[in-house]
Design a protein around this ligand. Structure first.
Ligand code: FES
Ligand code: FES
Length: 241
C-alpha cells in the first residue's frame, strides 16, 4: 500500500512538473527556444508524459516518463546535431518614411527593435503574445501586432508608428479626437488603438459604427473606454453616433 501511495505521489509530482513548465513557457521563451533549435512539446496520454525542453548546448534532450504496470520510469536521452547559434544580420527597416540599417538578431521582434533599439516608445508591450493590441503599428497599410512580427520579417516593409503620424504640436486628427472625447485613461492602449483606427480609416474612410467596432476588436482597453474610443473614431470618420 505504501508503495502504491509512493507511486501515486510520483505521478502527481510529474504531472505538476509538466504543467508548471507549460505555464511558464511564454512566447518569448518559444522564440528563444526556436532560435536555439529547440522544440517544446508536452503530451500526457494514458499515464505517459513527454517533455522536450529547450537547451543551451545545442543538443536535443528528451525526457520521457512513463507509467507501466504501476512502475514509473524516467529516461533521458541526448541526441541530435548541435544547433546553430543565435544569428543576426543587418536589415534595413523603413520606419516612418526613413530607411535605416540596423543589426538585429533573428529572434528579436519588431516591437523590441522599435522600443529598445530605435527608442520609439509609442508601441507598448502589453501581453507580448498577440492578444491585447497595445503594440499595434501599421505595416504596408495593415495594422499588425509588432510583438508577433520578427524584425527580420519587417525588412523592406513600410512601418508606421504613432511617432510617424503626429506629435504634440501637430496632432493627427485621431489624436485630437482621442483628447476631445477623453478616449484614454491610462493611455497604455491608445497608441495601438490609434494606429489600428488609422489603418481602418485609410482603407475605409467612412465606416459604419459596426465596422468601427469590428475594426478595433483586436485592441483591448482594460479601462473600458470603448464607447469614447468608438466616438473618437466616428468623429474623424464623420459618422454620427
Ligand atoms: S503586446 Fe502585442 S498584442 Fe499585446
Ligand atoms: S486607456 Fe487604459 S487600457 Fe486603454
Amino acid at each position: 500500500m505504501e508503495e502504491i501511495n509512493h507511486i501515486k505521489k510520483e505521478k502527481h509530482n510529474l504531472t505538476e512538473n509538466v504543467t508548471d513548465k507549460k505555464a511558464k513557457m511564454n512566447r518569448r521563451d518559444f522564440l528563444m527556444g526556436a532560435g536555439a533549435g529547440a522544440v517544446v512539446a508536452a503530451v500526457a496520454v494514458a499515464g505517459v508524459a513527454e517533455l522536450t525542453l529547450p537547451n543551451t548546448g545545442g543538443v536535443s534532450t528528451k525526457t520521457v516518463t512513463s507509467t507501466v504496470n504501476n512502475t514509473v520510469t524516467t529516461t533521458v536521452t541526448g541526441t541530435g546535431t548541435p544547433s546553430a547559434p543565435t544569428l543576426g544580420k543587418v536589415v534595413t527597416l523603413n520606419i516612418n518614411g526613413t530607411a535605416q540599417p540596423i543589426y538585429v538578431q533573428n529572434n528579436w521582434t519588431l516591437l523590441r527593435v522599435l522600443r529598445d533599439k530605435l527608442q520609439l516608445y509609442a508601441a507598448k508591450e502589453g501581453c507580448d503574445r498577440g492578444e491585447c493590441g497595445a503594440c499595434s503599428v501599421i505595416m504596408d497599410g495593415m495594422a499588425v501586432y509588432s510583438c508577433q512580427i520578427l524584425a527580420v520579417e519587417a525588412e523592406g516593409r513600410s512601418i508606421t508608428t504613432l511617432e510617424g503620424i503626429g506629435n504634440s504640436s501637430n496632432l493627427h486628427p485621431l489624436q485630437a479626437a482621442w483628447i476631445k472625447h477623453q478616449a484614454t485613461e491610462c493611455g497604455g492602449c491608445a497608441p495601438g488603438m490609434i494606429m489600428t483606427a488609422k489603418a481602418l480609416l485609410d482603407s475605409n474612410p467612412h465606416p459604419t459604427l459596426q465596422q468601427i467596432r469590428e475594426g478595433l476588436s483586436g485592441n483591448h482597453c482594460v479601462c473600458g473606454q470603448y464607447i469614447s474610443i468608438q466616438d473618437a473614431v466616428a468623429d474623424v470618420a464623420g459618422v454620427s453616433v
